[in-house]
Design a protein around this ligand. Sequence first.
Ligand SMILES: Cc1cc2nc3c(=O)[nH]c(=O)nc-3n(C[C@H](O)[C@H](O)[C@H](O)COP(=O)(O)OP(=O)(O)OC[C@H]3O[C@@H](n4cnc5c(N)ncnc54)[C@H](O)[C@@H]3O)c2cc1C
Length: 537
Amino acid sequence: MTNATATLFNYSFALTQPNAHAKVPPAIRKIVIVGGGSAGWMCAMTLAAALLPKGIQIEVLESPVVGIIGVGEGSTPWLRGFFDSLGIEESEWMPACNATYKCGITFDNWSTKPGFESYFHPFASMLDNLTMTQFVYNSTARTNGVDVHAHPNRFFIASRLAEQCLAPKPERNFPFDVWYGYHFDAVLLGQFLQKKAIERGVKYRSCHVRNVQLAENGDIAAVVTDGEDSIAADFFIDCTGFAGLLIQQALKTPYVTFSNNLFNDAAVAMPTPIGDDIPPQTISSALRNGWAWKIPLTNRYGNGYVYSSAFCSAEEAERELREHLGLLDAPTEARHLKMKTGRVTKHWNRNCVAVGLSQGFIEPLEATALLFIQRTISSFVEFLESGDVSEAAQARFNHALNEHFEGTRDYIVTHYKTNSREDTDYWRANTANANLSEPLQQLYRQWMSGKSIVGDINRQAIGKGYPVFSWYCIMSGMGIFPEPATLRAPTPVEARYRMTEIDNLLTRSASNFRKHRDVLGGIPAKTREDALQIYFW
Ligand SMILES: Cc1cc2nc3c(=O)[nH]c(=O)nc-3n(C[C@H](O)[C@H](O)[C@H](O)COP(=O)(O)OP(=O)(O)OC[C@H]3O[C@@H](n4cnc5c(N)ncnc54)[C@H](O)[C@@H]3O)c2cc1C
């Protein structure tokens, strides 16, 4: 597989292309994907691009009786690479999925500290290289008791774009690329990918899998449908959602729960109308027993309340969400969902790889699930193409994914652990949560003692989840600093970075971006020059 790589802080992005020299083991002639949700179709597209040209058959089985989860409308910037690697333009898929651009997430009311009641976690951009040093310097100075500005919002172009409803698409003469993700209708995305995959040669069968047949050596030999068809394959991809029909139920792969430090296990969702302005951001507002998402699409907002059923009932959650949205007496229908957080110990077990909710789920707070899907399936393709499907290869694959899961989990836990709300048992329980991984405890110790956290992040698994600047954003954004009354005035050296200069730079930069709604009205097809600009800066 050939990779074109761009590095952003400690993120490394791989643009995958079919590899003509791949050494896929000859025993693998047919791969069956069980499940037709986002995971199933994303896998089908990725496998089709890499393996159909080599004559390997790909078939998706989807139950006509078990629906898809149908939520999951926010992404990270990595989804951009998914579509690019498949040669699908934004101008094609975005209108088909009512998609909008996403510059990051605003976290409202997670902290009660004055001045830190709201902050924005941006997707980074090249321009941030001009202000990152200042942000990290000021944050570190403030942890050491110096009264300098360290709230993340004033340092990053993405927060300006979000505030002003501008699309993260600069005019052509603007010399910096801006990193962005998307919001989209999850059901439409599934339908779009299904249509594309079938057009590209993936086979599709609507059938309910009732049973999984194991071979003598313990591998999966075939799946048996309600209609008594036995469908054999050399390899199986489990995309059956939380059921984990193959990986968990048939292969009995152990599951590690995250419920001891991520308390949410349920959600309720409902749409609201959207006006003329489309904010290019998700808003995550802390409520009494969890948090509510607000995701802008071109035709509506998707809203939902993710909460812990140990602290409130489904009826209470629905009522609170309705109140939050001003829908108390509205006839808008609510969808209630259960969810489980954790991960399997082996994402690749025998001749099965689990992708999507079947492999694990952290929680939707940072919208990372599609990124795990992408990462899992593209990494599996890399192993296949290297010709190495040995147990040692599987162990490397599983270790890397587990680190990614744990690192991301620790970042999400930090949202809850650093909250300063004391209004409900739920928030008090989150503050009191002592089930923290050792790397996370070490990171908190470093931060509280005013030391740099860069080394810890880069050395440990937590760096596999989020880059350094995201950790600075969360700790600074939540106001994890000494009490304001104890801060001292900065010396001239400590006050070296003038906020007015940063403000001016970002104001001038923001003037290069157009209204989000206007850009969405006519997304241009990408030119080759644009593509190179994205991947080779
Ligand atoms: C409240 C909530 C909010 C979320 N928000 C986000 C977000 O903002 N961003 C993000 O990236 N992710 C989010 N996610 C996660 C995201 O929704 C999922 O990761 C994504 O949709 C993939 O789901 P899936 O395909 O694994 O499972 P599903 O959508 O559940 O699909 C399972 C598939 O398996 C099939 N199936 C099941 N059993 C059988 C059987 N016996 N035989 C045949 N077929 C079968 C079903 O028919 C279905 O097609 C969220 C999840 C939740 C719960």
